[in-house]
Design a protein around this ligand. Structure first.
Ligand code: ATP
Length: 351
């Protein structure tokens, strides 16, 4: 059974089609990230699911029950949905326990559920504190505990980590996912942060211009993006023009096997996707057969790996990721590049 099912949802603001036919299914017990750039319609989608906006067309069902449709608009408080906003979700004059218990029925309050969800989010013993005595990260934990407390059908997380600094964000992400799993909750996370979506979610729905352009596991979205736009949006991408013929693509940096795409009995113009980690980078004098030479423009050292940006003889710039050894290739040095494995290619429009 799916906790949330959206079919052909449409919503316009004047001339802007914020939702241009969105279909999306969220299996019970899973965490689905809706990932897309600013303005693609993520917040509008979340607000329509929560019942804060009405759809122009399409349907939304929660746990198999229609909550929004041509003649249906179930009010927010009857949808069994909890929303965790970016920040500012707590009542400032209520203690942590009262914030979490707000709106719970008496039986649930007495059952120890408040202490249970506070423990789940790592705030055991914080019940008597007031919101202003908590850090931003702790406040977001309380907001999540409050969302979990009534065991809703669905929890909506609207960029819940965006107001926090990077270190806190990583800890909180991990703990939020653990708390959702431990409680068996179903959640939709809206974010424009690729790393967040790929690291947290069971499935990622990539949105662009009011549509879901791809939905799949983080690995499949990263490894087999639907088109060059998704490829570049979900990770670092080197997109090169090439020619596909009989299972291989000829590119400005040599040839490589391609995943089966369109028929290529005749040479076909394609756009080839190469992730920086699919490129082997060596010193020019150690070039492997078929490698091309390039000049290093700059290096970005990330501790666990190094991204080296190079320029080919024809002026093309691209990046290669190496786990070690790249420290020898300073700006200005000559290097050799070779595609390591199978790459993805899409037919290119002529003209
Ligand atoms: P962001 O990540 O910047 O929050 P988003 O993906 O959540 O963006 P939405 O906020 O859903 O995108 O906006 C989608 C489009 O609809 C945008 O063009 C936006 O300007 C427009 N829009 C959203 N809400 C309204 C509104 N209340 N009135 C008019 N236009 C709106």
């Amino acid at each position: 059974m799916s906790a949330l099912s959206i079919s052909d949802a449409e919503k316009a603001w004047g001339d802007v089609r914020a939702l241009a036919g969105v279909s999306l299914t969220v299996p019970t017990g899973s965490l689905v990230a809706v990932l897309g750039p600013s303005g693609c319609g993520k917040t509008t989608l979340l607000r329509c699911v929560a019942g804060l906006e009405r759809l122009d067309a399409g349907r939304i069902a929660v746990d198999g029950r229609d909550v929004a449709g041509p003649r249906t608009h179930v009010p927010t408080h009857r949808r069994r949905i909890a929303l965790v906003p970016q920040e500012g979700a707590l009542f400032p004059h209520l203690s942590v326990a009262d914030n979490v218990g707000y709106g719970l029925d008496r039986a649930t309050r007495r059952s120890g559920r408040i202490a249970e969800v506070l423990a789940l989010v790592g705030l055991d013993g914080y019940g008597d504190r007031m919101p202003h005595q908590l850090s931003g990260g702790q406040q977001q934990r309380v907001a999540l505990a409050r969302a979990l407390a009534p065991r809703p059908s669905l929890i909506l997380l609207d960029e819940p980590f965006s107001a926090l600094d990077a270190g806190l964000r990583a800890d909180l992400r991990r703990d939020v996912r653990a708390a959702l799993r431990a409680d068996g909750a179903t959640a939709v996370l809206v974010t424009h942060d690729q790393g967040e979506a790929l690291s947290l979610a069971d499935e990622v729905a990539v949105m662009r211009d009011g549509r879901v352009v791809q939905m799949g596991t983080p690995t499949s979205v990263y490894r087999t993006p639907a088109d060059p736009w998704v490829a570049a949006f979900v990770g670092e991408a080197v997109l090169l023009p090439g020619t596909a013929h009989q299972g291989r693509a000829q590119t400005p940096i040599g040839t490589a096997p391609i995943l089966p795409t369109a028929a290529d009995e005749a040479p076909t113009p394609v756009t080839v996707l190469i992730r920086p980690e699919q490129l082997d980078l060596t010193a020019a004098h150690r070039a492997a057969p078929g490698a091309v030479t390039a000049t290093v423009l700059r290096r970005d050292f990330h501790g666990h790996d190094t991204l080296t940006v190079v320029r080919l003889a024809d002026g093309t710039e691209l990046a290669a990721r190496s786990l070690d050894g790249a420290e020898h290739h300073g700006p200005g040095s000559e290097v050799a590049l070779k595609i390591r494995d199978t790459v993805l290619a899409w037919p290119r429009q002529r003209g």
